[in-house]
Write a protein that binds this ligand. Sequence first.
Ligand SMILES: NC(=O)c1ccc[n+]([C@@H]2O[C@H](COP(=O)([O-])OP(=O)(O)OC[C@H]3O[C@@H](n4cnc5c(N)ncnc54)[C@H](OP(=O)(O)O)[C@@H]3O)[C@@H](O)[C@H]2O)c1
Length: 347
Amino acid sequence: VSGGARRLVVDLASTSRNWSLPAWGAERIRAAAPPGWEVHVATSSTSSDGDGSGGTAPEVLEAAGDAEVYFGFGLSEALFAAAPRLRWVHSASAGVGSLLFPAMRASDVLLTNSAGVMADPIAEHILGGVIFLLRAMDVAVEQQRRREWNKAPFVAEGATVREVGECRILVVGAGGIGTAVARRFSAMGARCTGVRRRPELGAPDGFERVVAPDGLEEALREADVLVLCAPLTEGTRGLLDGRRLDCLPTGAIVVNVARGSLLDEEALVERVRSGRLRGAVLDVFRQEPLPAESPLWGLPQVLLTPHVAAVSPRRFWERELELFLGNWSRYQSGAPLANLVDKDAGY
Ligand SMILES: NC(=O)c1ccc[n+]([C@@H]2O[C@H](COP(=O)([O-])OP(=O)(O)OC[C@H]3O[C@@H](n4cnc5c(N)ncnc54)[C@H](OP(=O)(O)O)[C@@H]3O)[C@@H](O)[C@H]2O)c1
């Protein structure tokens, strides 16, 4: 770094255009640099999939040598090892599971994430998927393909058409996404219960009540729609296994936009196939890309998307830069950072 300047490395040239920092964004970061700071905006491409940090380009490893702040998708162990002067990492992803490797956890390097930044598009995605199933549009799509005019699945005894307003919604993870979902569903008349790790912090807007993780099974018994939007941590891995899915009422809908490993996919498939569950809306999978042989592909009652629920090309970078630039200025003044990750809690 020239003349002992402090360095920010920006590693956001995602291979996906939607997630790649636009030129105006790089300009905004440069323009916000306080005196004495140098900004290195990497041009080598990087991966924004999942928690990010599939690997780190040589250009970035070199620039990281005297970086004080790193702004990327996740953080690789190689980069962490190559950046001895690092003090603060900000990830443009919300999930941080893959960033909490032992050296990072043991260090006092600050870590902030983008929790909440993707909440609005994800909430709309969830609403769309749930209404798709409540209105039996999966049945309509199948019939349309066959050019079949048939009211029976919608009007016969045992038909599953329902309104949002008559549903009880259970949202596991009452954070950024969970609150955005609960606000929307409650505005449509549904009753929302949240599960959060720290229920003592209260029920956010949109929730009638929140319960602790140990109240999950009881809450499942009253959930017409279950939405999983909690981080993947040791407390949530494998959370929705077959036994817990069996706590849900017959005909319930399951949504997962969190991480695939929260949910037992085989157990879900069995219960959707048998009609025990109405269907599912899935954006995340235990293995991504979802293998071609997964039975999930073949179930019309499962609406699946390739981890794109958060996509919002017009608004993501506005929100993300507001968060990062606000934090950069707090970092300068020594004020507490927003979205600081609790490395022990894992989110
Ligand atoms: N599909 C996608 O593209 C996509 C995009 C963004 C995020 N995500 C996933 O969604 C997750 C949540 O995102 P967010 O922005 O809503 O994060 P957030 O604002 O940090 O919210 C996380 C919520 O989960 C709760 N929680 C933590 N541990 C729990 C447990 N053991 N049981 C129940 N609830 C628990 C937290 O409780 P407290 O509030 O009480 O601490 C908090 O309410 C991310 O970690 C990420 O994995 C997916």
